[in-house]
Design a protein around this ligand. Sequence first.
Ligand SMILES: *[C@@H]1O[C@H](CO)[C@@H](O)[C@H](O)[C@H]1NC(C)=O
Ligand SMILES: *[C@@H]1O[C@H](CO)[C@@H](O)[C@H](O)[C@H]1NC(C)=O
Ligand SMILES: *[C@@H]1O[C@H](CO)[C@@H](O)[C@H](O)[C@H]1NC(C)=O
Ligand SMILES: *[C@@H]1O[C@H](CO)[C@@H](O)[C@H](O)[C@H]1NC(C)=O
Ligand SMILES: *[C@@H]1O[C@H](CO)[C@@H](O)[C@H](O)[C@H]1NC(C)=O
Ligand SMILES: *[C@@H]1O[C@H](CO)[C@@H](O)[C@H](O)[C@H]1NC(C)=O
Ligand SMILES: *[C@@H]1O[C@H](CO)[C@@H](O)[C@H](O)[C@H]1NC(C)=O
Ligand SMILES: *[C@@H]1O[C@H](CO)[C@@H](O)[C@H](O)[C@H]1NC(C)=O
Length: 466
Amino acid sequence: MAALYWLLYITMVILVLPSCFQGSNARLHDHKSKHHRETRGMISEAPVPPPAEPPAKSFDIDNSSSDPCIFDVTAFGAVGDGSTDDTEAFRSAWRAACAVNSSILLVPSNGVFMITSTIFSGPCQPEFIFQVDGVLMPPNGPKCWPKKDSKRQWLVFYRVDGMTFRGAGTIRGNGEEWWNLPCKPHRGPNGSTLPGPCDSPALIRFFMSSNLTVRDLYIENSPQFHVKFDGCEGVHIEGLSINSPALSPNTDGIHIQDTKYVGIYNSLISNGDDCISIGPGCSDVDINNVTCGHGHGISIGSLGMQNSEACVSNISVRNAMIRNSDNGVRIKTWQGGMGSVSDITFDSVYMDNVKNCIIIDQYYCLSKECRNQTSAVYVTNVFYTNIKGTYDVRAPPIHFACSDSVPCTNITMSEVELLPFQGELIDDPFCWNAYGGMQTLTIPPISCLQDGMPESVHETISLQCL
Ligand SMILES: *[C@@H]1O[C@H](CO)[C@@H](O)[C@H](O)[C@H]1NC(C)=O
Ligand SMILES: *[C@@H]1O[C@H](CO)[C@@H](O)[C@H](O)[C@H]1NC(C)=O
Ligand SMILES: *[C@@H]1O[C@H](CO)[C@@H](O)[C@H](O)[C@H]1NC(C)=O
Ligand SMILES: *[C@@H]1O[C@H](CO)[C@@H](O)[C@H](O)[C@H]1NC(C)=O
Ligand SMILES: *[C@@H]1O[C@H](CO)[C@@H](O)[C@H](O)[C@H]1NC(C)=O
Ligand SMILES: *[C@@H]1O[C@H](CO)[C@@H](O)[C@H](O)[C@H]1NC(C)=O
Ligand SMILES: *[C@@H]1O[C@H](CO)[C@@H](O)[C@H](O)[C@H]1NC(C)=O
Ligand SMILES: *[C@@H]1O[C@H](CO)[C@@H](O)[C@H](O)[C@H]1NC(C)=O
């Protein structure tokens, strides 16, 4: 009997051993992404280029292809069997494609390509397209991550202007083992964390780039943030599907910081952290027709960490659907800090069983040890209109906790109707040092917003951003 158990045990150990370069995982899940692709037909209008020719003998520019502007990674030696390290082939394909006007770097639909952390640098010639029709993925978990590679990022696009990243394929993050690192929230006893290395890679990062388009892709199971933009200007995101489990820590769907002129449209995001997070230095952001599931909702923040200055302005969120989430639409700032959050509109947001549907939290803190401070990021001109649906009664549906010393001002509410998903309202709407008014009565009724402007507002104006 004991021998049998040993045999079973050993077999299981072998089965769960990290299989860095085996790709068994990859192939098992392959049908899933194909199935998914069909259901997305409507939003995928990327023209599918002609099928790739077999790999050319020389890994030079493949001039046997019917279109001279298509640079198929397999023509540069990529194997796409889910286990071979194809990084070098991708680098060569990038160098060749990036140098040609109106070219397409193609990751063909019939392969599962594994590459290690890579910085793809521009500038490239105009109208460059990186098209993923197959599966593209990083090594499977921290044990397989090459020691010399950054553990904070995987695909990085740096100084690319006017690039389009698109395709009918899947970016598969292989995030499971990263989420289970002991340092991650809720891994230790009683929701605590344990010591140990914690860096986990953002899956796709655009850095110091402009005029970007990211569309149609299916992106799943990132180790950390799924798609991140910093220092960018002019970003158009459309028709993305982002998917990872509710219990995947820090897996923000789309994160932007120091980025201006951003449009995020017609996308579906289900994940374990913020659906969309907007960090310091962002302005002119338009979000329309985004559905968020089982994460932490749409967040502006967190801002003002370690007394930093944050400037965020002109953000609009329209026609959003937020389901089974820990927050709906949130503005979060740390105690301390400078700058302002201004001209924010949340228009037509439908909530389905959401905790803290509408929340401003100026006491954001990851531990319980943050001291109250006198400075704060100033929150002003926030408009909530047509916010409807149901809330989870474990938290008040409307919560404005503004800083003691720097009040929130000009919060306007119109057509806010939120009903309990199940059970009875326990806590009434909460306001602290919040000024503004209602254009229509709200459900639940809110009586705690203060009229007019506070006397201290003149001092706060000096904190505003230019
Ligand atoms: C490209 O085409 C030229 C002329 O047709 C041919 O000589 C050359 O070998 C081709 N190169 C490759 C890599 O196929
Ligand atoms: C790139 O190609 C387009 C046409 O496809 C052309 O109008 C443009 O002038 C070209 N740009 C450069 C820099 O060659
Ligand atoms: C976890 O919480 C329970 C109940 O509060 C307590 O008895 C136990 O000691 C805690 N365990 C640890 C490791 O802190
Ligand atoms: C972005 O594209 C627009 C229009 O094509 C162009 O006018 C602008 O200069 C570009 N911006 C940058 C920073 O490349
Ligand atoms: C909203 O986005 C979904 C995809 O998430 C798309 O199917 C639908 O057509 C979009 N609606 C509108 C009005 O564009
Ligand atoms: C606000 O941002 C939008 C883009 O989302 C832009 O079109 C508009 O001009 C901006 N408004 C102001 C007042 O800057
Ligand atoms: C910080 O200020 C808030 C609002 O006045 C108060 O409720 C809270 O107890 C204070 N926290 C600390 C740690 O002093
Ligand atoms: C208050 O905010 C609204 C937008 O919600 C804006 O139109 C209005 O100008 C603001 N009022 C002041 C006095 O800034």
